[in-house]
Design a protein around this ligand. Structure first.
Ligand code: FES
Length: 56
């Protein structure tokens, strides 16, 4: 599902970033650009990040 419409980022993209070593929102923003334009996806992006980090 799309999380960040501004940049076309899906929850899978965020989960893959975590698998690649990302652990912080700043890393998700830098690598995927999620939540770097309108910002309306920030809560959802953080929720997917937290969910994925809880699995490791
Ligand atoms: Fe993610 Fe706009 S929807 S920055």
């Amino acid at each position: 599902m799309y999380v960040c419409l501004c940049h076309g980022i899906t929850d899978k993209d965020i989960r893959e970033a975590v698998a690649g070593g990302a652990t912080r929102m700043s890393e998700i923003k830098r690598t995927l650009k999620a939540s770097t334009q309108c910002g309306s996806c920030a809560m959802q992006t953080a929720a997917v990040l937290r969910d994925e980090l809880a699995k490791i």
